[in-house]
Design a protein around this ligand. Structure first.
Ligand code: NAD
Length: 519
């Protein structure tokens, strides 16, 4: 069954956005030569119109940028970490001063609603604050030595240029999770943003350059942007002078990048696709669950790596919860992401729309009942792709449910008990985020235990999306295993040395080995 579109809930009649993009790029200090004279057309998902043309990096440009980055690293690694933190503090100040403009540009280039565009910049500010504190806390351990008169310790050193490959859906925040940490760790940066969102990257680079000018003596080439598609990312991936590649995007991309980096014994931080589930138990607060589910599944038009894609509902509450959810799906406001009251903006492009329809067709063929999912016409945006989020009631976890479709589709499955629910939750190739709605302490603890969720993120009474920067972010299995942002994620941007110091006058060997020579 397809839910009827409630036309009153569609924020229609869009004006063109190109003029505003031009103004914003100007106010953010981006050199017009970078986005007016180039080859690749950049479209806004808000109207589908072309808003800029960006110049792309060639393989030779990548090589030259890496060379500059190595030179910048050699200078930057000798700057004391708290002083490096000062540059990140200044970057945070620039982001605070330009939050409104950058947030708006995120809305125009990625299609996020206003509060989410601003939220993305706030996340950048938060990670800068975190990294400034971290710049005085890059601790190593002191370890007991078995040998008398000896001391052991760990020291952490800058590792080299860090390549940062990012996805379209968090066009600026993901860079900052990596960049703020890598900078205080003493590394230089090479950013390959998504080809779908190069403008926000150029704007962030302009803000970084302002921060660097205020800082005074940051080395030239400390942070660089390489605009282009997968081939530019691949050139970066293959360059042995870049010891760490942090790649965020699809599992398809991660499989290629992970293998290529491993081949040259580089280190990769992979942040790939998710297929996140929430379990609703009989004791759950259904009002709270409904709100949590709605934001996690429909927010950002289902285009978050942590978006809720599978809802596993206990049979005792299914018939109460699911009709209420269907009602929310039928009445949510879709349309111009700039308009007050809009909750669902556009999909990024036609390909995303087609992927969504193909998944819904497969679900229908498997006997599912589909509520919503159709394209929504928005005047003035005929080349854009607005959709009503789809709620899909399905009997079993068939193949299409195990696949991440990057669009607002929520598959709903009915289960009998927690053991069955956890088995379903874990029964997919991805392992990013998960949650449980329950007021039963035993159920919540079981979900978070060794026999519970197998994901990198396991939440209780909140949805799987909307992480804070203080925790380590990332997931297991096909999500790639990488961790970014808070906790001890910084260690991935440094190299560790174990030091043993002998302050005695003898030379005892470890494990009782003797090796006496005369001389
Ligand atoms: P994508 O994989 O199409 O592209 C991501 C980036 O990889 C882009 O910059 C792209 O140019 C680059 N790339 C593509 N092929 C490459 C190659 N062979 N070598 C090097 N780089 C290459 O992803 P997308 O459509 O931009 O983003 C959506 C995907 O990202 C979803 O799967 C989503 O779950 C995932 N994502 C994951 C996280 C996370 O933290 N786990 C966060 C955001 C998005």
């Amino acid at each position: 069954m397809t839910a009827k579109i409630n036309a009153a809930r569609i924020n229609a009649a869009l004006g063109p956005v190109a003029g505003e993009v031009t103004e914003l790029l100007g106010s953010l200090g981006v050199d017009p030569a970078l986005w007016q004279d180039g080859g690749r057309a950049v479209r806004s998902p808000v109207t589908g119109e072309v808003v800029a043309h960006v110049a792309e990096a060639s393989a030779a440009d990548v090589g030259a940028a890496v060379e500059r980055s190595v030179a910048a690293f050699h200078a930057w690694r000798t700057v004391p970490a708290p002083r490096r933190g000062e540059l990140v503090r200044l970057l945070g100040e620039e982001l605070r001063a330009h939050k409104a403009a950058l947030g708006r540009l995120v809305t125009l280039e990625a299609g996020k609603i206003v509060s989410e565009g601003l939220g993305e910049v706030q996340e950048m500010i938060d990670i800068c604050d975190f990294a400034v504190g971290l710049s005085r806390q890059l601790y190593g351990l002191t370890i007991a030595s078995e040998r008398p008169g000896h001391r052991m310790m760990e020291t952490w050193h800058p590792v080299g240029p860090v390549g940062i490959i990012t996805a379209f859906n968090f066009p600026v925040a993901v860079w900052s999770w990596n960049a703020a940490l890598a900078l205080v760790c003493g590394d230089s940066l090479l950013w390959k943003p998504s080809e779908k969102t190069p403008l926000t990257a150029l704007a962030v680079q302009a803000l970084f350059e302002r921060a660097a000018a205020a800082f005074g003596d940051a080395p030239e080439g400390l942070s660089q942007v390489l605009v282009g598609g997968g081939e530019v990312g691949a050139a970066l991936t293959d360059d042995a002078r870049v010891p760490v590649i942090s790649a965020t995007g699809s599992t398809r991309m991660g499989r290629i990048v992970g293998e290529r980096v491993a081949k040259r014994f580089g280190r990769s931080i992979l942040e790939l696709g998710g297929n996140n589930a929430a379990i609703v138990c009989p004791s759950a607060d259904l009002d709270l669950s409904l709100r949590g589910i709605a934001f996690a599944a429909m927010g950002t038009a289902g285009q978050r790596c942590t978006s809720l894609r599978r809802l596993i509902v206990n049979e005792g509450v299914y018939d109460e919860l699911v009709p209420r959810l269907a009602k929310a799906y039928g009445s949510v406001t879709i349309g111009d992401p700039r308009a007050a009251g809009t909750l669902i903006g556009p999909l990024i492009d036609k390909q995303a729309y087609e992927g969504m329809q193909a998944a819904l067709d497969k679900a229908r063929a498997a006997g599912a009942t589909v509520h919503g999912g159709e394209r929504v016409a928005v005047a003035g945006a005929e080349e854009a792709y607005y959709v009503r989020p789809a709620l899909v009631e399905i009997e079993s976890q068939v193949e299409v449910v195990k696949h991440e479709t990057f669009a607002p589709i929520l598959y709903v499955l009915r289960v009998g008990g927690l053991t069955e629910a956890i088995a379903l939750q874990n029964g997919v190739p991805q392992g990013l985020s998960s949650s449980i709605f329950t007021n039963d302490m035993r159920e919540a603890e079981t979900f978070m235990s060794a026999e519970g969720s197998d994901c990198g993120i396991a939440n209780v009474n909140i949805g799987p999306s909307g992480a804070e920067i203080g925790g380590a972010f990332g997931g297991e299995k096909e999500t790639g295993g990488g961790r970014e942002a808070g906790s001890d994620a910084w260690k991935a941007y440094m190299r560790r040395a174990t030091n043993t110091i002998n302050y005695s006058r003898t030379l005892p060997l470890a494990q009782g080995v003797s090796f006496d020579v005369e001389g």
